[in-house]
Structures are given as structure tokens and as C-alpha cells.
Design a protein around this ligand. Structure first.
Ligand code: 1DX
Length: 181
């Protein structure tokens, strides 16, 4: 994944658990670059091993950590030069979700090694939508829950999020039900 993600993980852990914790995590993870370059693509196993080492070092669950990082990502990207990208991608939560594919397409024009997820928004009633999350990567559904919670705060639109279907042998994608409350 692009360095922006690894840098975000570093910033998130330093902010939440302190620099010494990050130091221990990089030692546990093994081969970790001294600095991450946001606009450079790194192998996915590096990102997964950072998360794995953090889970062990901090005694938190992977899902809990990924969800918290997902929420952080919204604020982090806004302050890392992508505030304008987020702004043009929607004036409210539903519009933003409907524009996620075009957001990623825009990023991929410049960063050709991006492997963007793709999304489908399906109306599911007056106050609900189902978000279908297609990803080339495994295990990131908890991060999507945090991303949705971060968007809820960004737009000041209180929601509940529930994963109603998980990818598996028979299902190629995850589904999240978003309910405005
Ligand atoms: F609900 O499933 C809200 O490296 C959401 O694969 C979901 O393949 C917001 F310059 C610049 C760059 C860089 C900007 F190239 C990414 F470095 C992208 C900024 C998206 C804001 C996807 C990151 C692919 C890296 C799911 C989890 C990954 C998507 C990560 C969250 C807004 C982003 O993001 C998966 C990669 C950006 C950039 C956003 C993502 C890669 C998301 C969301 N994804 C890189």
C-alpha cells in the first residue's frame, strides 16, 4: 500500500500510544523503513506485519485497532493534503459514499500502483443504505467500519453501522448497513 497508509498507522500509534510503543512495534515487525514516503508504494505484507506487531505489542484486538485507524484515516488524510479531495467528494455522507469510486479513480490517475477498493450503495429504506465493499485485500472490513464512523463525525450525521454480510468462499464482498439515527 502507499506509504500514506503506513505513515498514517505510525502517526496514529504515536498519537494514541506514544513513540516508545511505535519503536517496539517496528522492532517486532522486523524490516521496517526508517521513514515512509507517502507517495511511494510499499508491499502489502509490510502493512500487515505492522498491524500484527501492533496487536501483539499493545494487547488490542486487530479489529479494534483497524476500526480505530479507519476513523483516524479521515482526519489524517484531510490534514495530509487530501482535504480538497475529501471536500469535492461529497457534501453529505450518502453522497460521499456514492462518490468513493470516483475519489479512488482520481487518486489512481496520479498514483498508478493504487489498488483501490470499489463500492456499491444500495438503498435499503428511508434511513438506510447497504454499502457493498469490494476489495482486493483481505481483513480490512473492521477498518471500513471505522471509516464510516469517521465520515459520520466529519458530516455530523449520527449513524449506526452493522456488518450484515462478510466475504467468504461464497461471497466476494462485505456488506455494511448504514442507518441514520
Ligand atoms: F469509506 O480495501 C472513506 O495503496 C471510505 O484495499 C473509504 O492501494 C474514505 F498519494 C493519496 C495516496 C498516495 C491519497 F498515493 C491514497 F499516497 C485514498 C486518500 C483514499 C483518501 C486504498 C489507501 C488503496 C491506499 C481500504 C482501506 C483498502 C478508502 C484504505 C480507504 C479516502 C484507501 O479513503 C482496500 C492502496 C489516497 C487516499 C482516501 C486506500 C490504497 C476510503 C476512504 N482506503 C494514496
Amino acid at each position: 500500500m502507499y506509504g500514506l497508509v503506513n505513515k498514517g498507522i505510525e502517526q496514529f500509534i504515536v498519537a494514541r500510544y506514544g513513540a516508545p510503543a511505535w519503536q517496539r512495534i517496528t522492532e517486532r515487525a522486523g524490516e521496517v523503513p526508517e521513514v515512509f514516503i507517502s507517495m511511494e508504494a510499499y508491499p502489502d505484507p509490510l502493512t500487515y506485519s505492522l498491524v500484527g506487531a501492533a496487536v501483539e505489542e499493545l494487547s488490542v484486538g486487530a479489529a479494534e485497532l483497524l476500526e480505530a485507524f479507519g476513523e483516524y484515516w479521515i482526519l489524517y488524510t484531510a490534514e495530509q493534503g487530501y482535504g480538497g479531495l475529501l471536500e469535492v467528494s461529497g457534501a453529505n455522507l450518502e453522497e460521499f459514499l456514492r462518490n468513493l469510486d470516483s475519489l479512488h479513480a482520481r487518486v489512481a490517475l496520479t498514483y498508478t500502483e493504487l489498488r483501490p477498493p470499489s463500492f456499491k450503495v444500495v438503498a435499503a429504506g428511508e434511513r438506510c443504505v447497504d454499502l457493498h465493499y469490494h476489495s482486493g485485500r483481505e481483513g480490512l472490513a473492521p477498518m471500513m467500519i471505522g471509516l464510516l464512523k469517521g465520515l459520520s463525525k466529519r458530516f455530523d450525521e449520527p449513524i449506526e453501522v452493522e456488518q450484515t454480510s462478510a466475504r467468504s468462499q461464497d461471497a466476494p464482498y462485505d456488506v455494511f448497513r448504514v442507518t441514520w439515527v
